[in-house]
Ligand binder design. Structure first.
Ligand code: GDG
Length: 462
């Protein structure tokens, strides 16, 4: 196969089992590149006084990475600005949090041009390019302007918002038009794909043809549904590692016979953490007899701490967890263990396995890999129950989870009770179906499905 060039905002090397990773994407792409050869290009995460375009090459664990440093103003306007204050909230349906500033849009455009400038000399005509996520929507268009005629794909890891929300972005149509530079555009679910078609059809006059073909002017793209998975085999192995076994035993010991509910999320307002706490509080309020029988362990490593809305959600969770613990705790029981640090994947796997309930209740989520990791870590003989938001992309695949509306504290409370009382045979039956999906539609399947679609597309004429 041709060489693959993957481009994403950050390039990170997840060290198996040890460090807390920067997110699902890092783990997924590393697995994809190990098999294909090629290059992973992106921002180093470092800041430099003056942008030079110098590329730092490294070879680690069978993957070549090529990274560039950005200026502080770039990071403010492109990363903390347009990516995380404008696009992230907007694409998660939070126009109340989205900030529309021309400075951010300008910085975003500038950094995408810097990516295009520095990447162009690395591209051979036979290479296949795969651009990742909302930080780099217009990159393909910048590369085409510089003459790249390669096959090029784009994958969006977050939801695509409904048309009427997206239209609140002043430059929405111009931004979306740049996606027509790619040959294939992928989404996690049919829902996100349909919202995209809806926007380009109704607001931009694109022609929607059968089989995911969309025409706009002289450009034709193919859109596909391509749900990301986890490296399931690796995660099952992680859940049986010595560190995982130790963590599992320690959790069981410290639970003193109580059922553990586990939540693991980046500290982000899209993850529905406040609503989860309120749903759990509702459960405690309505079921006094269950109070000392359970506890919630919420692991939430802080993220994007330079953005005000993240500082606010963090303060909100500090106060909510404190209030609930103050109101319900007893001498020998704390209802919520709220932890703001990350753990290694092995430890996480052991903790997932020790939990009777996995609670994954985002208000909106492109996919959500924690749901799949929780399933992969379970003991087949005595599996726990996954409570999953209907508004996570993962709900389209994990249909045997207990599906909930995360905005309803009553539904969350009912779901916890249902999960605690679920008989073993029903837990096993639901888990088996979910596990079959996690194993078959894993990260390798995702990569293959996307690159197959890319190879089947007609290469853009030079
Ligand atoms: C975006 C989309 C989509 C979390 N805490 C620790 C830790 N994590 C790991 C989890 C999981 C990953 O981070 C989070 O992935 P998610 O998919 O849940 O969410 P996002 O970071 O928002 O990812 C999402 C994804 O991209 C892929 O397309 O599914 O919808 O928003 O792997 O385990 N890992 C470790 N310690 C922690 O404390 N080691």
């Amino acid at each position: 196969m041709s060489r693959l060039i993957v481009v994403s905002n950050r390039v990170t090397t997840p060290k198996a089992g040890h460090t807390a990773s920067g997110g699902g994407l890092a783990v997924a792409l590393h697995a994809a590149l190990r098999e294909n050869g090629g290059i992973w290009f992106g921002w180093s995460g470092e800041v430099t006084d003056q942008f030079t375009g110098h590329i730092n090459f490294q070879r680690e664990q069978g993957v070549t990475t090529a990274t560039i440093d950005l200026e502080e103003q770039d990071v403010d306007e492109y990363y903390n600005g347009y990516a995380n204050r404008t696009l992230w909230p907007l694409f998660h349906y939070r126009i109340d949090l989205a900030e529309y500033e021309r400075e951010f849009a300008g910085g975003y455009e500038r950094v995408n041009e810097r990516f295009a400038d520095t990447l162009t000399p690395l591209i051979d005509p036979a290479d296949v390019l795969w651009v990742q996520d909302y930080h780099l929507l217009p990159l393909g268009e910048g590369l085409r302007r510089r003459g790249a005629a390669n096959r090029m794909g784009f994958f969006l890891h977050i939801p695509w918002p409904p048309r009427r929300l997206l239209y609140t972005l002043p430059e929405a149509a111009d931004l979306v038009r740049t996606l027509f530079a790619y040959d294939v555009v992928g989404f996690h679910t049919q829902e996100w794909l349909s919202s995209f078609e809806d926007f380009v059809g109704a607001e931009m006059g694109a022609v929607i043809e059968p089989d995911g073909v969309i025409r706009l002017g002289d450009r034709t793209i193919r859109v596909i549904v391509c749900p990301i998975g986890i490296d399931a085999a690796e995660f099952v192995a992680a859940s049986k590692s010595p560190r995982a076994r130790l963590a599992h035993r320690q959790m069981r010991d410290s639970a003193v016979g109580r059922d553990m509910i586990i939540g693991v999320d980046r500290l982000d307002y899209s993850k529905g953490l406040e609503e989860r706490f309120l749903g759990y509080e509702r459960f405690l309020r309505d079921h006094p007899e269950e109070r000392k029988e359970v506890f919630l362990l919420q692991i939430a490593p802080p993220s994007r701490g330079e953005v005000a809305s993240y500082q606010k959600i963090r303060a909100g969770l500090d106060s909510l967890s404190g209030r609930i613990n103050g109101a319900y705790a007893d001498l020998d029981w704390t209802p919520i263990r709220y932890v703001n640090q990350g753990y290694s994947r092995d430890v996480l796997a052991g903790v997932y396995r020790a939990a009777r309930i996995g609670m994954v209740t985002p208000l909106r989520d492109g996919m959500n890999l924690v749901a799949k990791e929780y399933v992969a870590a379970q003991d087949p003989d005595d599996p726990g129950v996954l409570i999953l938001s209907r508004f996570a992309g993962a709900a389209a695949q994990l249909t045997e989870a207990v599906l909930v509306n995360p905005y309803s504290a009553e539904e969350l409370s009912d779901a916890i009770l249902l999960a605690l009382r679920m008989p073993l045979d029903e837990r096993q039956r639901r888990w088996r179906k979910m596990m079959d999906n996690v194993l078959s539609e894993d990260v390798g399947w995702w990569r293959q499905r996307f690159t197959d679609a890319l190879m089947a597309s007609e290469a853009t004429p030079a």
